[in-house]
Design a protein around this ligand. Structure first.
Ligand code: ASP
Length: 471
């Protein structure tokens, strides 16, 4: 007999079905045992009556929460007055005829019946596979997929091509430290994990793709911060032959579509999204990510804002040099170009951020596609010619073979989801997040590796004790 999913059981009144899943709760009332059976589609009340089969009844007496079972029985309407309007199966129950115990379960380290916010995060992350059984996290996982699905459909329908770019690659500056991967085949050399697919997506524009997107994993080795993750996901976009407005408009429409289809209860405060100058926003709100909701208590209000016309450079006091406000590939505004070397602090860039309810959820820019401009930017940033050649020579060379004007943006998917799902932090919308200090408590990573493996990688680890002894 084929398995029936729980949410379909109401279509089989007075018929026999087989269901599989986990025991959500079990309770005995004299000659009747009630269990709530849970599968990915919902909950179903199952009754075992002593009169039906005492053998099955005796087996059912053993059942405990989270045991995995297969039950065959007949779907029946519940007696009047015992219906449960909260369940899609609330008008029916399954009268069990047969029971198979597929696996038993120890009692769980924490309850999965609550929302889970009250449980220590260490525990929840260590047993994430149990935490994910929780209704709230299951909902988050599914809505994450729905949003990604909608984004993919929207971009594909608008002529974008989804391209996967490498994870083992070379450093691209996005302002964080790189994660490095030692090469076994090229002793002493290292790959960097991408801080973003920035250079690849620009090279795809040289390749003639014109409209690129990717649901891209990015890796940044930053100091611990409560609501940051070393690996996170971006909706990454790049387009050729466009102006800034074209990029802002496609993002705006994509988000509108996602909200309309998946979160119809939410209200976008203003459409098209407001566009404000960086200088004006700073003057008015003292931050470049103001929360412009009318009523901050109302989480169904979405106040989007594009902050535009950022300065190209900012002065780093610690490093005593100019740094790119976004990244060096950003294009300085044309009318300011003549001042680029004399007064770097005064020039603006074609750069924009997307802000939602007080959070920066994305950023991007038009790019310097003229080799000379890109080289000048590197010069202002204090890079030596040789260093530029070594680090970015491939990109500069590519620009000699017919590069279209281009620009793009990347949206932080995790943050966007956390806001849409009203979650207090991004770990609640990431299936397998790490702790604030980047440990995976479930897999126990990072972890030490054997001598043999290190040798193959031509690596020697300086032990903390050895270091102390040397002193
Ligand atoms: N690569 C940039 C970032 O990760 C986004 C972009 O400029 O498109 O912030």
């Amino acid at each position: 007999m084929k398995r029936t999913l729980i949410f379909q059981t109401p279509n089989f009144i007075n018929q026999q079905v087989k269901v599989c899943g986990w025991v959500n709760t079990a309770r005995t009332h004299g000659k009747i045992i009630f269990i709530d059976l849970r599968d990915r589609s919902g909950l179903l009340q199952v009754t075992f009556a002593k009169d039906t089969s005492s053998q099955v009844f005796d087996l059912a007496k053993r059942l405990k929460p989270e045991w995995v079972v297969e039950i065959t029985g007949v779907v029946q309407k519940r007696p009047k007055g015992t219906e449960n309007p909260d369940l899609i199966t609330g008008e029916i129950e399954l009268l069990a005829q047969d029971l198979k115990i597929l696996s038993e379960a120890k009692s769980l380290p924490f309850s999965i019946q609550s929302e889970g916010y009250e449980i220590s995060e260490e525990k929840r992350l260590k047993y994430r596979y149990l935490d994910l059984r929780r209704e709230r996290l299951k909902r988050n996982l599914i809505l994450r997929q729905e949003v990604i699905h909608e984004v993919r459909n929207f971009l594909k329908d608008n002529g974008f091509v989804e391209v996967e770019t490498p994870i083992l690659t070379k450093s691209t500056p996005e302002g964080a430290r790189d994660f490095l991967v030692p090469s076994r085949l090229q002793p002493g050399k290292f790959y960097a994990l991408p801080q973003s697919p920035q250079q690849y997506k620009q090279l795809l524009m040289v390749a003639g793709v014109e409209k690129y997107f990717q649901i891209a994993r990015c890796f940044r080795d930053e100091d611990p911060r409560a609501d940051r993750q070393a690996e996170f996901t971006q909706i990454d976009i790049e387009m050729s032959f466009v102006e800034q407005e074209d990029i802002l408009q496609i993002v705006e429409k994509m988000i509108q579509e996602v909200v309309k289809k998946i979160f119809p209860e939410k209200r976008i405060k203003e459409f098209p999204f407001l566009r404000l100058n960086y200088q004006d926003v700073m003057k008015e709100y003292g931050t470049d990510k103001p929360d412009l909701r009318e009523n901050k208590e109302n989480d169904d209000e979405l106040a989007f804002l594009f902050v535009v016309n950022f300065p190209m450079f900012e002065w780093s006091k610690e490093e005593k040099r100019w740094k790119a406000m976004h990244h060096p590939f950003t294009r300085p505004q044309t009318e300011d170009l003549s001042l680029i070397k004399e007064k770097p602090g005064e020039i603006l860039a074609y750069q924009y951020d997307l802000v939602l309810n007080g959070y920066e959820i994305g950023g991007g820019s038009l790019r310097s596609y003229k080799k000379e401009i890109l080289e000048t930017v590197f010069e202002v940033l204090g890079h030596k010619k040789e260093e530029v050649k070594e680090k970015f020579g491939h990109l500069l060379e590519a620009f000699e073979y017919g590069v279209p004007p281009h620009g793009g943006i990347a949206l932080g998917l995790d943050r966007l989801l956390a806001i849409l799902l009203k979650e207090p932090n991004i770990r609640e919308v990431i299936p397998f997040p790490k702790t604030g200090d980047s440990r995976d408590l479930m897999m126990n990573a990072p972890s030490e590796v054997g001598e043999e493996q290190l040798k193959e990688l031509h690596i020697k680890v300086e032990k903390q004790e050895d270091k102390n002894e040397d002193k």
